[in-house]
Design a binder for this molecule. Structure first.
Ligand code: CAP
Ligand code: MG
Length: 428
């Protein structure tokens, strides 16, 4: 064990205002002390390695290195001088604070729980272009939750069939229709054809309903191709682009976000693959940290989970994530650090995954009205099809905002009644 790691322990050190702070939860390997393990984390994520070096004195390495300034239970708080990071470079920041440390032998498990981003580093990123206010202005919906669907089945429909399903959802009353996370440009449903067919029916639905309707087309691909697809969306007069923030990588996401300044498209962030990092409570990276990264780089909307749907995610954790996504001054909560988001706009929290009309009330109760509620199976699985499923979702939102119990409202709203008969209502 390199004794050098202990030089990175500086309990009682007071982090400077412009330092980045990371909170780690970790379990030292058998035979490794907590301080040695914490020192190893600080060293490997900043200036150190396993042995002393001929190229720089240990004293200097620890002077400019990260400092473990607080340890409690299984947690350590580590302060990083700002100069250890390249402004505006998310890949480098994560190669430091979320890189080698996950594979170090000194720990059995380690999880990056939260990060406090210094203002100078925060402001080196663009943040959301539209944010909640901008999206609401675009849609002309001042208050209520936005309601959307994902065209289902995930894959397999032709472009024309896809467009038809989207049309049924829009005329049934939904604001938004999105592509699924794994639908891009497959042989049976090419991107350009899908966009052309779907936009034709979007404009038809807008005319028929008198409401703005949004289509979130998935541009996920190699970065240059993503830019081409985003440009095509703009040229076609679309307002949105959707991207899978993890599978395209944060460098790709930064490049796509930069392009949005020119294209002025609302950027919807899907988090497919997040659970590879976030699911194990003892190892990986918390969804709060991923949400903060997405907000810094600048998606306008981000999936946060539901606590009541089909995906894992505890209510308390998701409430924290919604704070990280929509909040401005975030207070300290448990191990989570306080944060002042300053001029970085809030993102719209997106609840999706196993949702249906019966689950709308708890979502609004837990997360408020500034959410986007998306249901795929919960719309297209309605006994009378997509259009009625969409109507049932809107009815569930209307009932919730009026404070009328769903079963009561269903007495005079057939589509909701049929949805409840099939899926029930939340019994939390
Ligand atoms: C939901 C969904 C979303 C997940 C993503 C799906 O469909 O389209 O991708 O919700 O999960 O493919 O499962 P259903 P999360 O409404 O039919 O479940 O939002 O937690 O990232
Ligand atoms: Mg999906």
């Amino acid at each position: 064990m390199a004794k050098g790691y202990l030089h990175y322990i500086n309990l009682g050190y007071k982090p400077k205002k412009d330092e980045l702070i990371a909170v780690y939860k970790f379990k030292p390997r058998k035979g490794v002390g907590k301080k040695e393990a914490a020192g190893a984390i600080a060293a490997e994520s900043s200036t150190g390695t396993w042995t002393t070096l001929s190229t720089m004195t240990l004293k200097r390495m620890t002077k400019i290195g990260a400092k473990v300034y607080k340890m409690y239970g299984d947690y350590a708080e580590i302060a990083y001088p700002l100069d250890l990071f390249e402004l505006g470079n998310m890949p480098e920041i994560l190669s430091s604070i979320a890189g080698n440390i996950f594979g170090m032998k000194e720990v059995d498990t380690i999880r990056l729980v939260d990060v406090k981003w210094p203002t100078k580093l925060k402001n080196s990123f663009k943040g959301p272009q539209f944010g909640i206010k901008g999206v609401r202005k675009l849609l002309g919906v001042k208050k209520r939750p936005l309601v959307g669907t994902i065209v289902k089945p995930k894959l397999g429909l032709t472009s024309k069939e896809h467009a038809k399903v989207a049309y049924e959802a829009w005329v049934g009353g939904l604001d938004i229709v999105k592509d699924d996370e794994n639908l891009t440009s497959q042989p049976f449903n090419k991107f350009k054809k899908r966009v052309e067919e779907t936009l034709k029916l979007k404009w038809k639905a807008e005319k028929e309903t008198g409401e703005r309707k949004m289509y979130m087309a998935n541009v996920t691909a190699e970065t240059r191709e993503m830019l081409k697809r985003a440009k095509f969306l703009k040229d076609m007069g679309n307002e949105y682009a959707m991207v899978d923030i993890l599978t395209v990588g944060f460098a790709g996401l930064q490049t796509l976000r930069d392009e949005m300044d020119k294209l002025k498209l609302v950027l919807h962030g899907h988090r497919a693959m997040h659970a590879a990092l976030t699911r194990n409570p003892n190892h990986g990276i918390s969804m709060s940290v991923l949400a903060e990264i997405s907000r810094l780089i600048g998606t306008d909307q981000l999936h946060v989970g539901t606590a009541v749907g089909k995906m894992e995610g505890k209510k308390k954790d998701i409430i924290y994530i919604v704070d990280d996504v929509e909040g401005k001054f975030i207070r300290k909560r448990g191990h989570m650090l306080a944060e002042n988001w300053g001029k970085i706009k809030p993102m719209f929290a997106v609840c999706s995954g196993g949702l249906h009309p019966g689950l709308v009330p708890p979502l609004v109760k837990m997360f408020g009205e500034d959410i986007i509620i998306q249901a795929g199976g919960g719309v297209h699985g309605h006994p009378r099809g997509t259009r009625k499923g969409a109507t049932a979702m809107r009815q569930a939102v209307d009932a919730t905002l009026r404070g009328v119990p769903l079963r009561e409202y269903a007495k005079t709203h057939k589509e909701l009644k049929e949805a409840i008969e099939k899926w029930g209502v939340y019994k939390g």
